[in-house]
Design a binder for this molecule. Structure first.
Ligand code: HEC
Length: 149
């Protein structure tokens, strides 16, 4: 009986030692790893690592940015938006069609940029090109608006 009590206490002590080891040594170590993975520079590093794959997946030949440079409104329009807006496909307001654009222009450029970013009706968000930046979307909208001036 005494022997049994002693051995279960030994097990208890060993368990506590392991638990303390886990808390004092292993847990802080795992926190260090997590902490740095969430830092901005690591996020950038991850982004840089997946960028070649992401670019390949979203590549649209004429609109692909060279070395991450923003594409011009015209380049984005030609590569992405023109598919619908040149012909008026799917009910898109046709580029250069003053009548079609007038009521939309009246809502303000910000509202139009928001529509192009979030999608509207048959238009998917960012015209379907998820890799476009906010600046590129804005430039493309401004290019479209320039065509009806
Ligand atoms: C798949 C076809 C398609 C593509 C690609 C597309 N659009 Fe559109 N777009 C539409 C349609 C359809 C509408 C009309 C939506 C409605 O009013 O229901 C529209 C409307 C708009 C409007 C007016 C939104 C409003 O609030 O009235 C803007 C601005 C616009 N598109 C910009 C763009 C830009 C910029 C691009 C390229 C990045 C683009 N579109 C790509 C189909 C498309």
């Amino acid at each position: 009986m005494a022997q049994k009590q002693f051995s279960s206490r030994t097990i208890l002590v060993i368990t506590i030692v392991i638990a303390v080891l886990l808390m004092v040594v292993i847990w802080p170590l795992s926190m260090i790893g997590k902490g740095s993975a969430q830092s901005a520079s690591d996020a950038d590093a991850i982004y840089a690592r997946i960028l070649p794959v992401a670019k390949l997946a979203y590549q649209k030949p004429a609109a692909t940015a060279a070395a991450g440079e923003p594409r011009s409104g015209e380049a984005v329009y030609k590569a992405v938006c023109m598919a619908c807006h040149a012909s008026g496909a799917a009910g898109a307001p046709k580029a250069g069609d003053k009548e079609a654009w007038a009521p939309r222009i009246a809502t303000g450029t910000d509202a139009l940029v928001a529509s192009a970013t979030n999608g509207k009706g048959a238009m998917p968000p960012k015209g379907g090109a998820a890799d476009l930046t906010d600046d590129e979307i804005k430039a493309a909208v401004e290019h479209l608006l320039g065509l009806v001036k």
